[in-house]
Design a protein around this ligand. Sequence first.
Ligand code: MRU
Length: 350
Amino acid sequence: MNLTLENLPRTIDVGIDGGEAVVVLVDQRRLPGELVYLRTSSWRTLVDAVKTLAVRGAPAIGVAGAAAVMLAAFEYAAEEDFDQLLADASRAIAAARPTAVNLAWGVDRARETASEARQARETPQETAEALCRLTEALIAEDEAVNRRIGAHGAELLRGLAKSGENARPLNILTHCNAGSLATAFYGTALGVIYAAAQEGLINRVYADETRPVNQGARLTVWELAQAGVPVTLQCDNMAASLMEQSLVDAVVVGADRIAANGDAANKIGTLGLAVLAHFYDVPFYVAAPTSTIDCTMKSGAEIPIEERDGTEVLPDPIPGVAVRNPAFDVTPHRLITAIVTEEGVWEPVC
Ligand code: MRU
């Protein structure tokens, strides 16, 4: 397979242009129709981009969180109450989406950098510049972490592909988009697939549509096609029949928050796949950076689940009809074969 990762866009970038801080991100609301970039110097616009899923995916919103704190620092650099304004903005940024712990993680990293700079008596402008350097470093760090997750995950898939009488390239099922678009670059679950594809271990990826926002149908299939990985789109309710026909060798998904006991929150519908995989004896892998592990939460029951607007499910509301729209569900650790991080397989011990 000839991988063409160079066709994938950089999800998010930051810089200083003519003295003004700028964040540039792929506007994922417009994919797959058009690849357009949103460019902003306003932290509020960036928060809105997070809320409306222009930028989405746990690691990508972690970087976006740090970038938003940077923009706020530049915006308030001339204000007397800089520290208070930055603290207030940071709180609002961290609250933009509740489930993915990476957002709060990115904001916390930025807050630490800002407070170290202020303790070292740096000016607000110097603090803002330090935050720009931090965000650049987080972007590079995220790609490096994802490539390490990919290498560890490929090792597991190599074991599957080479074992048994029918040693052959694998069919992988994935849900939502835990790809390059969900990170600074390369992806977590799709990073595992890219690393395995490079070794000839992948036959085909089946991508769930992922109702109601269709990250699978809009983003994952586009991304895999760009990268040169054979992909088949299916509706969410087709996974059981695919497994019944023995067409899935492994499920690989990402995560938004992993509790200390290994329970993992991910896009709504992931739990159903895990139950199916258990029934059909298909390995179920979660690929995520260690920044997605939240040891303050003992189990998945404590993970806050984002409830999004019902119009995502039913665009034209019908009087008298209530709509549920939890954006995530929690897969209990007993249904997860392995959690793959940049440090290798993570055992729930923290
Ligand atoms: O609502 P989204 O699109 O931000 O949800 C994204 C997911 O659930 C991903 O699977 C998860 O963040 C892992 S991304 C590497």
